[in-house]
Design a protein around this ligand. Structure first.
Ligand code: ARG
Length: 469
């Protein structure tokens, strides 16, 4: 849907009788939200229909009024879907645009729709419905993303690469284990978005402008009709609260942060210095001057877009800071950050699920890197401990062995038995099993460990966790 608002209408907003002069053109453009809030139309109509049905059930409007409103809204929905609805700048926002059009179509019934409500509870309702739909979409995409990561982890349960701390080679790990670390992050992201949805899914409708209404309304009825789990219990809070949007943006920021971390790794891994992976061409671009270049643009842009989403979170918390109760026009600024976050994160999640499935793993390069940097030094220390040497002493022995190997320019596993024995006389020829990369990872088979055997277990666990959703 595209909106190109015009100001063809001579009508001004819904309050004009009180004013002696029309709003200045520049002010109209400055205060109008229709250029972006037209995106709330479907939720605005759903909210209006629920409100109208409730008003009729409570005998505030007649059955005839309700049927006129329903007919008008059906026509409006059709026009919007066909891209034929004319959004007018003069009518400020999506709420006025739809209401005026309804009145043009069905007359007085349209004018009765706004009985017992205000744009303040209306916009809060619309934004909550929009955010709820976004939670559902993002939750679905987070599941798909986990499935993609799990599939690659499954192919690489045995593939060894160096694990890093301080970006220095630390211990060998399996690629499956490394990817499952991200599955844990995305599983938490999923939990967070589902939890956030609970607080999104409460109905402000009926709070009216701020203090409620004198009409005998049934707030439970509109809440139920719109699929809300509960009603907001305080009318002042109902119209002014945007915590739900802030929570949502926080959850999205954390997800984007996770994606920026894996992006950073993919970028490093694709650099020829690492040479661990290749990213499929469809996610990369070349250079206009350097013919040899293939750049991991998508991963870099994801890293960059995290900043954008985090910026939106900061914008919204700052927007709410120091606002007195209840609704203030400041709140109109909640929408663009929210919409842009939803657009950004949904596209990112879709692209990422495909991109991760398309990486080409260069297992030989990973293995070679794990063989450098004495990644099995801790395994040698543990070996000595198993032979009765206190850990602090074994740590010291191994440090000396590492130094000797470094001087010789070889790995620990390349030292002869006699050389190793010069650092500790408890060493026998079974030591080499501990010094191999395979021996090192295979030994870490407890819950949370990197052993291929454990990775396969965890894949089952992660799949079952998704299956149970
Ligand atoms: N366009 C407004 C917004 O986005 C709708 C609510 C306006 N309410 C008001 N009292 N001016 O927040």
């Amino acid at each position: 849907m595209q909106a190109t608002p015009t100001n063809a209408s001579p009508q001004s907003g819904g309050w004009s009788g009180r004013f002696d002069e029309p709003v200045a053109e520049i002010v109209k453009r400055y205060t109008s939200s229709i250029p972006f809030d037209y995106r709330l139309a479907e939720y605005d109509i759903a909210g209006s229909l629920a409100h109208a049905r409730m008003l009729a059930a409570c005998h505030v409007i007649s059955a005839q009024d309700l049927s006129d409103i329903e007919r008008g809204m059906a026509a409006i929905t059709g026009e919007i879907q066909a891209g034929k609805f004319e959004w007018l700048l003069d009518l400020e926002d999506v709420h006025f645009n739809i209401e005026k059009k309804l009145t043009a179509l069905v007359g007085d019934a349209g004018k009765r729709l706004h009985t017992g409500r205000s744009r303040n509870d209306q916009v809060a309702t619309d934004v909550r419905l929009y955010t709820r739909a976004a939670c559902d979409e993002i939750a679905k995409l987070l599941v798909a993303l986990q499935r993609s990561f799990i599939a690659v982890a499954e192919q690489h349960a045995d593939t060894i690469l160096p694990g890093f701390t301080h970006l220095q080679v630390a211990m060998p790990v399996t690629l499956g284990h490394h990817l499952l670390a991200y599955v844990e992050m995305f599983a938490r992201d999923y939990e967070r978005i589902i939890d956030c949805r609970k607080r999104v899914n409460r109905s402000p409708l009926g709070a009216a402008a701020l203090a409620g209404t004198t009409f005998p309304i049934d707030r439970e009825m509109t809440a139920k009709a719109l699929g809300f789990e509960a009603v907001c219990r305080n009318s002042l809070d109902a119209v002014s609260d945007r915590d739900f949007a802030i929570e949502f943006l926080s959850a999205c920021t954390i997800t984007m942060m996770h994606l920026s971390r894996i992006s950073e790794e993919l970028i490093l891994w694709m650099s020829p210095r690492f040479g661990f992976i290749d990213i499929a061409d469809r996610f990369c671009t070349g250079s206009s001057i350097m013919p040899q270049k293939k750049n991991p643009d998508v991963a870099e842009l994801v890293r960059g877009k995290m900043a954008r989403v985090q910026g939106h979170l900061v914008a919204l918390t700052t927007l709410m800071k120091g606002q007195p109760l209840t609704y203030n026009k400041d709140n109109q600024e909640d929408k663009e950050p929210l919409f842009d976050t939803v657009d950004t994160i949904t596209q990112t999640l879709i692209i990422y699920a495909d991109m991760i499935g398309g990486i080409r793993v260069k297992a030989d390069r990973m293995r070679a890197a794990a063989s450098e940097g004495f990644a099995t030094a801790t395994d040698l220390a543990d070996y000595l401990v198993r032979k009765g040497v206190p850990f602090r002493d074994s740590h010291e022995c191994v440090a000396r062995a590492v130094k000797a190997a470094e001087v010789k320019g070889v790995d620990l596993a390349d030292l002869s038995l006699a050389e190793l024995q010069s650092f500790s006389n408890v060493i026998t020829d079974d030591v080499f099993a501990s010094l191999t990369l395979e021996g090192s990872v295979a030994a870490r088979k407890h819950i949370g460990g990197t052993a291929p055997e454990r990775v396969r277990e965890e894949i089952k666990f992660a799949k079952a966790r998704l299956g149970a959703l």
